[in-house]
Design a protein around this ligand. Sequence first.
Ligand SMILES: [Mn+2]
Length: 416
Amino acid sequence: MKFAHFADVHLGYEQYNLPWRAEDFANAFKNAVKIAISEKVDFAIIAGDLFHRSVPNPKTLNDAIEALSALKENEIPVFAIEGNHDKSIREMSAYNLLENLGLLNVLGLRKERIEGDNVTSVRVENVYLVKGVYKDVEIIGDKHRTRWQLEKVLPLMKSDGKSILVLHQAVKEVVDVDLEMGWDLTIDQLPEADYYAFGHVHLHREKKIGERYLVYPGSTERYDSREASSFFFYGEKLEKREGERKGFCIVENFKPRFVEIETRDLYAISIDSEKKVEVEKKFLEVLHMIKSSAIAVVKIICSETIDSKKILEMALNRLKHAEINFKRREVETISKFVSENEFFNEFEMKLLEILREGGDVNIKSAIELVKEHFSIESEAKAVEAKTIEGKEELVQERREERKEVKKRVKTLLDFV
Ligand SMILES: [Mn+2]
């Protein structure tokens, strides 16, 4: 048994507001699919974030259809779960559309029973768990969930025989501290499985749990400067460090093998100098070491104010694209406007996305999302229960929490 494990494809991501970057993301996935086909895999798994947004534009949908059709033509079934970026609380998601086109199978808890060549359903409580089947192996998974939803959902994700567990969550023991990412679950919460096909962490990570592997193949393209192909630090002297490899995993008998895919180079360059002339000299030196097709993300720390426009021109003369961030030493202001991605967390970005589309339906969706995120319904029930027990203090506490929630949402709406 041999399968491809993809994750965090982020189709449609116009990184740095560049439409051609979305093409890079599409090409990375198409190349990955090509390799998977040539490797003659039995099936493929997409562990969430196939799309960058839950409402992909037509071009992005077309890219997804093209890539998935190639797998279909080669009789390779695809099993997928929705990630935090592309999950939808609407009745029908982009994944459901692809499913109706026969291009993938959506795994997870659903209202309706689904039966097919490669999927079956089991009843769990008042819903169905839709799982993939390949010979004697079950492919079990569910879309991205909040931490408290996971506590309820994880115990349902079990199998009697051989199985693969597909999730889009951060596992505490695998997440790097310097990623500044929260975690959703710990290893001891995981149900038994023979392979853990994960998504969400964009760097390639493999963790052995006994004899089993828990794997994040990482995103298929370079999602931000933490995933640069090379890192340059130029303080006293120039230091260079190799960056991240991008790709996916081919898994044979539950053992992963990382397969690299060629991507556009993205350089993370840090320059630290007292004088602005030194900055320019150092930057020019680095520029001559990198490919012209590349993107550079440049951080400059200098005691003098630099000519950012001149630095950007120098960069664009040689490179496809550059982002320049300047920070004056000991002064805590950044000359560049902070982007939304840096300012808001994932949940807030998702909420913004829905609200920007406008319309009553989306307002409802937004409210649902807020409820889901802050688990307001269950909190309300908890408040009810506590009232019966007569614990007024706790009720007050919950009210305060709710007020906090409301305040936060209001700030966000104000921004919109
Ligand atoms: Mn992702």
